[in-house]
Design a protein around this ligand. Structure first.
Ligand SMILES: Nc1ncnc2c1ncn2[C@@H]1O[C@H](COP(=O)(O)OP(=O)(O)OP(=O)(O)O)[C@@H](O)[C@H]1O
Length: 152
């Protein structure tokens, strides 16, 4: 992404701007220094994880995500650590949340809804076939045509 400022290096990644924030993580745009490929890195504070007794849940979530490899599920590439932080390196997706798209447009034509729903079902079916059941699906859209919908 041109125009981005990269300030910190973690592993082989240059960290750029913050692109989102969740309950326990800041999500940064980053770039693989070797290939130039974009990634999203979730940065978690170890102290905060321990304080909220989330270490075991996080460990389980990471182990599960590492097993899941499907074109419609965000890939976890690797996990890095420093003294104070955990860095979860993820596939970068650009299209925003499906929910926001629906709210913004007010409605969705049936063909488009069918396409997204098919991708969602494929992803969930794959996860179930591997014994993984997700209780908090987030649906994000990839801007490429061939695999538009990712769920995490
Ligand atoms: N792989 C990704 N590619 C691009 N943006 C992402 C990616 N993962 C997360 N984001 C952005 O970062 C925001 C926060 O994501 P995160 O997964 O930490 O929290 P959440 O799932 O939205 O909330 P919570 O952790 O509270 O359930 C997202 O809303 C999204 O905008």
């Amino acid at each position: 992404m041109s125009g981005d400022k990269f300030m910190r290096v973690v592993g082989k990644y240059e960290l750029g701007r913050t692109i989102g924030e969740g309950t326990f993580a800041k999500v940064k745009f980053a770039r693989d220094c070797q290939t130039g490929d974009p990634v999203a890195i979730k940065v978690l504070d170890k102290e905060k994880i321990l304080k909220h007794k989330m270490a075991e849940q996080l460990r389980r979530e990471i182990a599960t995500m590492k097993r899941i490899k499907h074109p419609n599920v965000i890939r976890l590439y690797e996990v890095l650590g420093s003294k104070t932080k955990i860095y979860i390196v993820l596939e970068y997706v650009t299209g925003g949340e499906l929910f926001d798209k629906i709210v913004h447009n007010g409605r969705m034509v049936e063909d488009e809804a069918r396409k997204y729903f098919q991708q969602l079902i494929n992803a969930v079916d794959y996860c179930h076939s591997r014994g993984v059941y997700h209780r908090d699906l987030k649906v994000r859209i990839m801007t490429f045509d061939f695999s538009e919908l990712y769920c995490e």
